[in-house]
Design a protein around this ligand. Structure first.
Ligand code: AHM
Ligand code: MG
Length: 335
């Protein structure tokens, strides 16, 4: 009989069997994360029909207005993942502090960091949004979790990826052994392996950056962006400009087609020249995915996965995508 393809659950179980040390806890963690994302996807699908669009009236830890769907996604993830029995703590883009698993619930050694609904400024316009996640293990021997347990390099991630709520709902993730993409078949409610072993082109044809901020950039950043627009670049013609303003969507398009996404540091606040995107819940997980797909990610100087955060919500400049494009950007940013 013809099957419908490999489900993400089957895929996880196949890989679990390959690892003699595997106990099924990671599979359990992913199962719960996938279920939470299906609930979020369902709410995103009916967002125009029910009263969950718009702002909640609250402001998150980054000083940004919290949108209702952000809030909903955050709450679902916290509620379900706290009960998965495999985590000891979480960190969300929407919460100032780490979120511990309460003592009355079963705990284990995994840590989960997430951006519940990235690209939320696009929600009201029906543009693609996503959930980004990073999975780590607690490495300290302390019997309790502290902020310190989260302040580690991206190289320590056990797995990372994202759910993209677009024309279809996708899951793209890595456990350090390549990248696989799954598409939700709404008729059976399962994620099916649709993009096995994703490899991003070595050099792309797309550059993605919010050029409105050129006035806030330094000379090196301007030169770097000019390179991708120049007919004299290594591609021999200007790259195409594509910018959605929704990181997961911009990243995913460039991963598939090849290209570079840039969110450089800028001087909107001259006292704090910095990037906008967060190291732990945005840059590091996507850097893990892109490297596993053959691409690269830097902050303009240093490999993203080698950066050790000092704060939970640390922001970094980000240059991410096709390897040769990121290498060129890093060279121009340092010259
Ligand atoms: P968010 O997490 O509050 O949605 O902010 C992150 C988003 C990214 O998805 C996107 O790449 C970036 O902000 C766009 O910023 P800008 O509007 O400054 O170009
Ligand atoms: Mg975000």
């Amino acid at each position: 009989m013809e099957g419908i393809g490999i489900t993400v659950t089957e895929h996880l179980l196949i890989h679990q069997k390959e690892s003699p040390m595997a106990t099924g806890r990671f599979t359990r963690l992913m199962g719960e994360l996938i279920f939470s994302a299906k609930i979020i996807a369902r709410e995103v699908r009916k967002a125009g029909l029910v009263d969950i669009l718009g702002l909640t009236g609250e402001v998150n830890v980054q000083g940004e207005a919290v949108r209702k769907l952000d809030d909903y996604a955050n709450n679902i993830l916290i509620y379900r993942m706290q009960r998965a029995g495999v985590l000891c703590a979480m960190a969300s883009e929407e919460n100032a502090d780490i979120i511990e698993v309460p003592d009355n619930l079963p705990k284990d050694e995994y840590l989960l960091i997430f951006d519940p609904l990235d690209g939320s400024s696009n929600i009201d316009a029906n543009v693609n949004i996503g959930t980004i996640f990073s999975i780590r293990k607690k490495t300290s021997d302390r019997p309790y979790v502290t902020l310190e347990d989260f302040l580690h390099k991206g190289t320590e991630q056990v797995a990372a990826g994202y759910f993209l709520y677009g024309s279809s709902t996708m899951l793209v993730y890595t456990t350090g052994n390549g990248v696989n993409g799954f598409t939700l078949d709404p008729s059976v409610g399962e994620f099916l392996l649709s993009h096995p072993d994703i490899k991003t082109p070595e050099r792309g044809k797309i550059y993605s950056v919010n050029e409105a901020y050129t006035c806030y950039w330094d000379e090196a950043t301007r030169r770097t962006v000019e390179y991708f627009k120049s007919p004299e670049n290594d591609l021999g013609k200007p790259y195409s400009s594509r910018y959605i303003g929704s990181l997961v969507a911009d990243f995913h398009r460039n991963l598939i087609y090849g290209g570079i996404f840039m969110y450089p540091a800028d001087k909107r606040d001259p006292a704090k020249p910095r990037g906008k995107l967060r190291l732990l819940c945005e840059a590091a997980p996507l850097a893990f995915v892109v490297e596993q797909a053959g691409g690269a990610a830097t902050d303009g100087k240093t490999r993203i996965l080698d950066l050790k955060p000092e704060r939970l919500h640390e922001r970094v400049p980000l240059f991410i995508g096709s390897r040769k494009d990121v290498e060129k950007a890093t060279e121009l940013m340092s010259s």
